[in-house]
Design a protein around this ligand. Sequence first.
Ligand code: HEM
Length: 221
Amino acid sequence: MRRLLRSAAAKPLVFALALLPLADLVLRAFGDALGANPAEALIRGLGDWTLRLLCLTLAVTPLRQWSGWPELARFRRMLGLFSFFYGLLHFLAYAWLDMGLDLGDITHDIAKRPFILVGSTALLLMLPLAATSFGAAMRALGGARWQALHRSVYAIALLALLHFFWMRAGKNDFAEVGVYAIVVALLLGWRLVQRLRRAVRDRNNRARAGAAAPMSTEQDA
Ligand code: HEM
């Protein structure tokens, strides 16, 4: 498995796999197979894949640590960019099919419907992450600032979840949202636990270093 993950074919394969949901939606749209309300099915399908790819992006680091396969990190940026790509298509499908590309109607709708506002905020927050996901941007920002900026992915995940929850709340349908809520809670909870562990370890190391310092002074004397 690790050989496959390291191979030159792995990235093109993940790239092709990430395009499959789009190909499926497009083929079904042209084949009149999107059901009674094709516009809604297309917008929703693209929204679903934005969220799924966001969850997959967040799953890379825990999976990498759990499996001991550092090669998994190679796919994180691509998955994050695909999530943004599907989010953009989701927005464009809504702007075109629901709003007839009328900018006035779009801004009015964003201001009027909180779930659309929350989704738009999530998409806007994705923009700087996508723009700075390349080596040159990373170097220009510096490691610490780049990491601080990319921590907004947690806010994006929570906003995306709230967007989905709010939309389904109108239909009193929470089953699927519940599944995503558990997945996002596990992915963000895992990070929180890692941070707490690191903080405790650092504090213990500092305490140990502090305790050792007077002894070495005594020995020196
Ligand atoms: C990170 C950004 C976003 C994510 C992850 C996301 C995700 C989702 C999801 C999962 C759904 C529900 C699909 C389903 O029912 O199966 C949805 C629906 C929807 N989203 Fe988003 N979305 C995002 C941004 C946006 C933006 C920017 C807009 C528009 C400005 C938008 C407009 C809509 C609309 C109109 C629906 C369908 C509502 C309906 O059919 O009643 N979303 N989105």
